[in-house]
Write a protein that binds this ligand. Structure first.
Ligand SMILES: [Zn+2]
Length: 260
């Protein structure tokens, strides 16, 4: 019989076991980052960049059982992350041409975005308008999306946020901000997360619009990195039936300029 564990944010799913002190952004990813920057982390002022400090991101927000359940999502994000970092290290077209193309499982990557959001909420590690909100339990709706194998409603999932592209292009490393909608003058509902990985703006939205519309930028089939005559593609695989008509290809030219 599993022991109840009252600090696990997935406890309504049952089967909680012993305590886990985990990183909501996995240690493997944070270690990949060094010596590059992070933004949106709790020890940083809004809009400022700093360095990753893995131990300060560990908090007891899941039990071991539920934490282990999420490791595939971390692995897929780490794969993309490492590849973007590798691309960034190739200064010339010739160097870039030596890299293989990769394919990312889009659903695993979307679940990683949701995992980071749930972890940031449960551990109180996010800011809205420059203020920390304290610890918030992710909704059962979001936790179900993260842990259950049901396919998500169309319109929920990964977006590329073109509007923020320019701001993000200069940033090497990893940054995140919650996406929220104001419900009243004093209340806001958190509905997603913006994550910047190596200059690419990824947005996870975990709610759908009432009109059922799918906004532009949903579930990209690929990203492209261009340097001179060389183009390198990062493909995303999506479940059958994913709409493909809202997308134009996101391209990044050359390596990212140093922001310092
Ligand atoms: Zn649990």
């Amino acid at each position: 019989m599993a022991m109840p564990f009252d600090k696990c944010y997935a406890r309504h799913l049952g089967s909680c076991d012993g305590k886990s002190r985990e990183h909501f952004i996995s240690k493997a990813i944070l270690e990949t980052l060094a010596p590059f920057g992070v933004q949106g982390f709790p020890w940083l002022k809004p809009g400022k960049a700093g360095t990753a400090s893995p131990s300060s991101l560990a908090s007891a927000i899941l039990c071991k059982h539920h934490n282990n359940f999420l490791s595939d999502f971390d692995a897929e994000a780490a794969k993309l992350f490492e590849h973007l970092r590798l691309i960034d290290s190739k200064q010339t077209p010739k160097e870039l041409s030596s890299l293989p193309s990769i394919t990312i499982d889009g659903v695993l990557f979307e679940k990683w975005l949701l995992k980071v959001l749930c972890g940031a909420m449960a551990s109180g590690n996010f800011q809205v308008d420059g203020k920390f909100f304290g610890k918030l339990a992710p909704s059962e709706y979001m936790v179900d999306m993260l842990f259950r194998n049901n396919s998500w409603p169309k319109g929920a999932g990964l977006f590329i946020d073109f509007e923020q592209r320019q701001r993000m292009d200069a940033f090497r490393g990893l940054g995140y901000d919650p996406v929220f909608v104001k419900t009243t003058a004093t209340n806001a509902m958190i509905c997603g997360i913006d994550i910047r990985l190596w200059g690419f703006p990824f947005r996870g939205l975990f709610v759908t619009y009432e009109d059922g519309a799918i906004r532009p930028g949903y579930r990209p089939p690929k990203l492209e990195v261009v340097n001179g005559s060389i183009r390198k593609e990062i493909h995303f695989e999506w479940p059958h039936g994913t709409p493909q008509d809202t997308w134009s290809i996101l391209t990044r030219d050359g390596t990212i300029p140093d922001s310092s």
